[in-house]
Write a protein that binds this ligand. Sequence first.
Ligand SMILES: C[S@@+](CC[C@H](N)C(=O)[O-])C[C@H]1O[C@@H](n2cnc3c(N)ncnc32)[C@H](O)[C@@H]1O
Length: 234
Amino acid sequence: MNNELKTDYKNSLDFWNSAYKKESQDNSFENNQNWKELAPSEKFIKALSIFSNCEKVLDYGCGNGWGSIIMANLGCKHITAVDLVKNAINSTLSNIKFYNSEKSIEASLINAEWLQKEETNKYDGFFCSNVIDVVPEEIANNILKEAARVVKPNSNLIISLNFYLDTNKPSSRPYELKNNNYIYREGILRMVTRTDQEWNSIFSEYFNVEKLVHFSWPGEPIETRRLFYLKNRK
Ligand SMILES: C[S@@+](CC[C@H](N)C(=O)[O-])C[C@H]1O[C@@H](n2cnc3c(N)ncnc32)[C@H](O)[C@@H]1O
């Protein structure tokens, strides 16, 4: 990774850290009494129920921990929720408390080397939402490679991604473009945009791609966001 991209990535982590600080001050979770409402789409409830009978699931890049809380409520025994930024973990910790999920979720602030030090075949499930496509390619590839190692053979992985932004077409959302498919807003790296087929072939290097489901966030008119169902190869 060149120095410019390293700096851009570091700035994006600062951006996420500030975003979660603001969120924890707004107490946004406290308006959501029902854990099911934490999912940006009902399709997540269906996707995450794949982990209902799991013993150990990793929620990698957990943000405020909404996915972990849903998995805990769906019956998953133990969830490790980790993120690189402090305010995300602070927010996860207070949300775990709010939803009485302390027994099944362990949230920790990690560093960039944490995943490669995790035990091989430790987890029987892996969830990663909007992380793989907001980080530089080299980081994303490392996460996928290590995910394939730390997850037991035949386990399920759910990877959620943003929409594909076709940079050849006009967009209503203002953005700056670098390196062909790196999308910046106000100077902050926000997304690395790829088609469904491109992601499919990236995931296929390590996993069997079982299914791709499109969904939308509340208020979005079209289902363009992506939920990849993957299975770790034997
Ligand atoms: C768009 S947010 C998504 C958060 C959450 N998963 C969700 O779906 O709401 C991206 C998150 O990935 C985290 N992140 C970025 N790089 C990471 C890495 N290498 N390892 C773990 N987390 C990372 C950021 O700190 C941020 O919390």
